[in-house]
Design a protein around this ligand. Structure first.
Ligand code: ATP
Length: 572
């Protein structure tokens, strides 16, 4: 119930639109009632062989209600769809704004397909919250009041019976149907989510499934899920049949009740057969308002489930919070880490322990070590993807937690091993780093990054994940982005790890040239051109095992010298 109220609360800014759509929805059904009543009146009086003049008002009524019903239905659809899309837009923005601060720390526990399902399908399914959950009961309530007045003005007893039948169709039938279909919508939604996960695994892991010979088992799992879903859908269809039958019974019971109550009135002359016929047809038409109520109750279940899945993410506390009074970012400066510690949530072993180093303004420091030593963790802490578990990490003497994380990230350009390129044009991929940059500026950045060949291809599509570009070009685009960002701090996280030796040398030259005058923290396990660093921090299993300049470390003949020899001998 709490979830439902929260969901309804989210639609509050559109209350007037929803009310307008509900009123027009009511007017549409009202026109339908009017159309059937005037038609019944016209046919009955026509059967009495009355002159045409005596039928004129009925003919006019049929024309007016017939035309207005179509027009009103169109207006109702237009406004309710408009309202639904406005609500969906608001929900998407609301969700996105809430999710963004959670990345990446709090989102790491979700599988990407699961997150996609929540962002796309769960929000999409909430479009029903207005169209199927809020609007139908409001319209049904108005129609109930109209019929009470209409029938009640002739016979309270008849109106009472009609009310009971309407309550049966609008309340009892949906509740019974919901009990019969209990959990079906939830189970179908769960199976749909599973199908999506399996499909994503199938597409992305097709190679592995083939190589390990598990493709058939995966297909069987997909088929089993589909069969289960089909079974549940059959059950849902059977329940729908029961609902339609029961609603029909309630409607016919209302008709019988009116006849039973009002036929004696015909006999004593207090009401005409024409009136009874018109009322009966009006009552039949009014049941149109109660049919969607079963859907309302069924959708409530699915909407609550979708809402729960969204709120589960929304209610997560972000790892990184914006300080109440953020310090202004100092611009150029130094980086200092003192006794820095960090343990990933759920992990027992610290990823880094008691790490101390500093990078002077305009200086260059390398963090090296074998895979899993904790190098990238330091970069993640610096850009505040995570908060340190202990110790201090400062920029120009100020704890990084004192700055606004957004401003901090704007001032630190990161070139990582895995450059993500969006499936857009090269221009759009570059504008990410400098949204206002002109084509001239973009071309200069491309040229500085050694990508003269792309200068005239700004409109070219980069391909899915940048697949239309070579590994070297992708990495150089990351450097062009770094140039465009023009940040005083640079973090190079295995920036050349995926490149062949020749390209690596060229990219390193470009980086060296670009980083001139900036404070650079380079993370690498490949020991190339290490002489250019002011200090080298050697990490092993999260701890500093050695520290100093390249020549110093080589002459010490310790862990670093061993790594260096191993790499160079292997290369030779
Ligand atoms: P590589 O050179 O292979 O990238 P690295 O030195 O950069 O390695 P980190 O990525 O910092 O190492 O990882 C340090 C330790 O923290 C490893 O033991 C790793 O398994 C663990 N780790 C990294 N990311 C996470 C995470 N998101 N959740 C839990 N543990 C993690």
């Amino acid at each position: 119930m709490k979830t439902l109220l929260r969901l309804v609360g989210l639609t509050r800014p559109f209350a007037w639109w929803m009310l307008l759509a509900a009123l027009i929805g009511f007017a549409t059904i009202g026109s339908g009632i009017g159309l059937l009543m005037t038609s019944a009146w016209l046919i009955t009086r026509g059967a009495m062989l009355l002159p045409v003049a005596a039928l004129q008002s009925g003919i006019a009524g049929v024309r007016i209600f017939g035309a207005s019903r179509g027009f009103l239905r169109y207006a109702e659809r237009l406004i309710s769809h408009n309202t639904t899309f406005r609500i969906l837009t608001r929900l998407r923005l609301w969700f996105y704004e809430a999710v963004e601060p959670l990345a990446p720390a709090r989102l790491a526990i979700y599988r990407s397909a699961d997150l996609m399902k929540r962002i796309v399908d769960d929000i999409q399914s909430l479009e029903n919250i207005y169209a199927r959950v809020i609007a139908p009961p409001v319209t049904a309530l108005m129609v109930t009041a109209l019929m009470w007045v209409l029938v009640g003005s002739w016979s309270t007893g008849a109106a009472f019976g009609v009310l009971v039948c309407q309550l049966v169709a609008g309340l009892a039938v949906p509740v019974v149907t919901a009990i019969l279909a209990r959990g079906t919508a939830r189970e179908i939604a769960g199976l749909q989510a599973e199908q999506q996960l399996l499909a994503v695994d199938m597409v992305q892991g097709l190679g592995e499934l083939r190589v390990f010979g598990t493709l058939d088992a995966h297909l069987t799992r997909m088929q089993t899920t589909e069969e289960k879903k089909l079974g549940l859908e059959k059950r849902a269809a059977a329940v729908e049949g029961v609902q339609e039958t029961l609603s029909g019974v309630a409607m016919n019971a209302a008709v019988v009740w009116i006849l039973w109550q009002m036929l004696p009135m015909v006999r004593n002359g207090s009401v005409s057969t024409v009136t009874i016929t018109a009322l009966i047809f009006g009552v039949i038409a009014s049941f149109e308002a109660f049919l969607p109520l079963t859907g309302s109750i069924q959708h409530i279940e699915a909407d609550i489930r979708a809402g729960e899945r969204l709120f589960e993410i929304i209610d997560t506390e972000p790892e990184v919070k914006v300080p109440e009074h953020p310090e202004p970012f100092p611009g150029k400066g130094s980086i200092e880490a003192r006794n820095l510690r960090f343990t990933y949530p759920g992990s027992i072993r610290p990823a880094i322990e008691e790490v101390t180093f500093s990078v002077a303004q305009g200086g260059r420091v390398a963090i090296v070590g074998p895979s899993g030593a904790g190098k990238s963790t330091i970069a993640s802490l610096l850009v505040r993807f995570w908060n340190p578990t202990g110790g201090s990490l400062a920029i120009s003497g100020r704890e990084i937690t004192d700055f606004d994380p957004e401003e901090l990230r704007r001032n630190i350009a990161v070139v990582s091993q895995r450059t993500y390129l969006f499936g857009q044009s090269i221009r759009e991929n570059l504008l990410l780093a400098a949204p206002e940059a002109s084509d001239e500026v973009l071309k200069k950045a491309l040229s500085a990054a050694g990508l003269d060949s792309l200068q005239n291809r700004l409109d070219d599509w980069a391909g899915q994940h940048g697949m239309n570009l070579s590994g070297g070009e992708r990495q150089r685009i990351a450097i062009a982005r770094m140039i465009l960002q023009d940040a005083p701090f640079i973090v190079l996280d295995e920036a050349t790890a995926n490149l062949d030796a020749v390209t690596e040398q060229a990219v390193l030259d470009t980086i060296d040239h670009t980083c001139e005058g900036r404070t650079v923290l380079a993370i690498t396990h490949r020991l190339h051109r290490m002489e250019r660093f002011d200090d080298i921090v050697v990490l092993h299993e999260g701890r500093i095992v050695e520290q100093g300049r390249h020549e110093e470390l080589i002459s010490r003949d310790g862990f670093y010298a061993g790594m260096w020899r191993l790499q160079h001998e292997t290369a030779v």
